[in-house]
Design a protein around this ligand. Structure first.
Ligand code: HEM
Ligand code: HEM
Length: 180
C-alpha cells in the first residue's frame, strides 16, 4: 500500500520518514563536526557534503509536503491533549526542516562562495554577499538546529513511551499497521 489511509501510514510516507530521519542524524553530526573545524582546504569536502545533503533534505521535505497534500497522513492515535501536542510537534519539525536548510543556504550565499551540489550543480545565491547576513544566518542556523535536537529527543521519547503503553504507534510507522 503506497498511500496513507485514515488510520495507517503508507509505504511512501514511511520511506520518507525513515530516510529523512537518517539524513537528519547524519546532517546534525556533520554540522557539529564542522563547527569544531577551521574552514580550509582540509575541511572543504565536509562542507560541500554537508551543503549537498542539506539541500537534498530540503528537497525531500518539499516532496513530503506535496505527498501529504495528495495523500494526508493519519491523525496521531487517541485524542486529547497528547494528540494535539504530537501534531504541533510534527508541524514544528516540518517548519524547522525547511527553515534550517534555507538559513544554511542563505548564510552560505552571504559568504560569496557558491553552493555546489555534489560537485556538479551550482545553485543560485539566495542572500546578498554580506558579513551581517553571514553572521546572522549562521547564528540562526545554529539555534534552529539546537531546537530541532531537543524536539527529536522529545519525539523519540513520546513514540517509545506510546509503544510501551501498547497503542501500536511505533508499529504504525515501521511495519505499517497495528497488530492489536
Ligand atoms: C536539514 C538540514 C541541515 C541540518 C540538520 C544542518 C545542521 C547543522 C549544524 C548542527 C551545524 C552546526 C551549527 C552550530 O553548532 O552552530 C551546521 C553548520 C553549518 N551548516 Fe548546516 N545543516 C543543514 C543544512 C545546511 C545547508 C543546506 C547548508 C548550505 C547550503 C548548510 C551549511 C552549513 C555551514 C556552512 C555550517 C558551518 C557554519 C560555521 O562554520 O559557522 N547547512 N549545520
Ligand atoms: C531523527 C529524526 C526524525 C524526524 C525528523 C522525525 C519526524 C517525524 C514527523 C514529521 C512525523 C509526522 C508524520 C509525518 O508527517 O510523516 C513523525 C512521525 C512519527 N515518528 Fe518520527 N522523526 C524522527 C525520528 C523518529 C524516531 C527515531 C522514531 C522512533 C523512536 C520515530 C517515530 C515516529 C512515529 C512512531 C511516528 C508516527 C506518530 C503518529 O502515529 O502520529 N521518529 N516523525
Amino acid at each position: 500500500m503506497l498511500k496513507n489511509t485514515p488510520d495507517s501510514f503508507g509505504l511512501v510516507t514511511r520511506g520518507l520518514h525513515w530516510g529523512i530521519a537518517l539524513l537528519v542524524v547524519v546532517m546534525l553530526s556533520l554540522g557539529l563536526k564542522l563547527e569544531s573545524l577551521e574552514p580550509g582546504m582540509a575541511s572543504i569536502r565536509l562542507y560541500s557534503l554537508h551543503k549537498s545533503l542539506g539541500i537534498m533534505t530540503l528537497s525531500l521535505m518539499l516532496a513530503r509536503i506535496l505527498w501529504h497534500l495528495y495523500s494526508p497522513p493519519p491523525r496521531p492515535i487517541g485524542g486529547g491533549w497528547q494528540a494535539t501536542l504530537a501534531r504541533l510537534g510534527h508541524l514544528a519539525i516540518y517548519a524547522l526542516l525547511i527553515a534550517i536548510p534555507l538559513s544554511g543556504w542563505a548564510a552560505s550565499s552571504a559568504t560569496g562562495i557558491d553552493t555546489v551540489l555534489f560537485d556538479r550543480w551550482t545553485l543560485p545565491p539566495i542572500a546578498p554577499v554580506s558579513i551581517l547576513w553571514e553572521e546572522r544566518g549562521f547564528a540562526l542556523h545554529g539555534i534552529l538546529t539546537k531546537i530541532l535536537i531537543a524536539l527529536i529527543f522529545l519525539h523519540m521519547g513520546a513514540a517509545l513511551k506510546r509503544e510501551m503503553d501498547g497503542d501500536g504507534t511505533l508499529r504504525r510507522m515501521t511495519i505499517g499497521r497495528r497488530t492489536d
